[in-house]
Design a binder for this molecule. Structure first.
Ligand SMILES: [Fe+2]
Ligand SMILES: [Fe+2]
Length: 287
């Protein structure tokens, strides 16, 4: 079952694939329309996106021996993710001239290397290629809804444009990994197994990646001594800043995409139940 015919979970991709930094209308930048919380979360997102080459090496190990089209698709995906980092980073440098993408990224790299990126193993940490693809779909569902939320929340025109372009890319990535999952030979994973992988990946999002990227992006090096990194504190700040942009429709879309990735009905009770639950939890946190 492909996603192509299911318009109900389609984030209308206004922007085509293959855009470059030169396609962005940078001259439209309007410093009077900035929002500090959006700026803080965009800076952190730039670092995570810019880190894509590590993911590419890892995924290429997982898909070693797969056809050349699969490897080419992974490489293209990685180039697009890294460009997301460059575009968000350049915008953040315009919005806050004290922010330097390369400098903040160097600090982030120094302090953050997930175990499975450092290894040389040729198997997925999810147990199988299918499992790996489900985890990727969860991430792409998250980024697709996140950039849609940023696009809708931003009043600054260049951020609106970049977030719109990225949201469309992320949706295409989701579809690419979704199709790749279904193209894998061998038996399909059971629904519970798939749900466990999806939930496991969602829980991993609480790890250092988001907290530490937020820290490196928003605490300048000269303030490191008086504001040391504390995972819990910066994890909270990072999710507060990102969740401020979300509206209920973004959460519902996110849940539908994840539910579809595990093979359940995106318009069935599982999606409605988790959509409502997640939204209530976020609303209760004051998001
Ligand atoms: Fe991305
Ligand atoms: Fe992506």
């Amino acid at each position: 079952m492909g996603l192509g015919n299911d318009s109900s979970v389609t984030v209308a991709p206004v922007y085509k694939q293959g855009w470059t930094m030169d396609d962005v209308h940078w001259s439209m930048f309007d410093a009077t329309k900035l929002d500090p919380e959006l700026l803080a979360t965009v800076k952190a997102a730039a670092l995570v996106e810019y880190n894509a080459p590590d993911y590419v090496s890892y995924l290429k190990r997982v898909f070693a021996g797969a056809g050349p089209e699969t490897i080419a698709a992974i490489e293209q995906w990685g180039r697009e993710e890294a460009q997301h980092g460059r575009a968000l980073g350049r915008w953040a440098e315009m919005a806050d001239p004290t922010f330097k993408l390369e400098e903040a990224f160097a600090r982030f790299r120094k302090g953050y290397t997930p175990e499975h990126f450092a290894g040389v193993e040729e198997t997925s940490v999810r147990g199988s290629r299918r499992g790996e693809m489900i985890a990727r779909c969860v991430v792409e569902s998250g980024t697709s809804s996140y950039y849609s939320a940023i696009r809708d929340a931003s009043e600054e025109p260049v951020l609106q444009e970049i977030a719109g372009r990225i949201a469309a890319d992320e949706y295409r990535h989701y579809k690419m990994f979704y199709d790749l999952q279904n193209a894998q030979p061998g038996p399909e994973l059971g629904l519970w197994k798939k749900l466990l992988i999806a939930v496991g990946r969602v829980r991993e999002s609480d790890d250092d990646e988001l907290a530490f990227s937020y820290y490196c992006a928003n605490v300048p090096p000269e303030k490191e001594l008086i504001t040391p990194y504390e995972r819990k504190k910066f994890s909270k700040l990072a999710s507060k800043a990102s969740m401020a942009a979300y509206r209920r429709k973004h959460i519902e879309k996110l849940v539908q995409m994840v539910v579809k990735a595990v093979g359940a009905n995106p318009h069935g009770w599982i999606a409605s139940f988790f959509g409502a639950l997640l939204w209530r939890r976020l609303a209760a946190k004051g998001a």
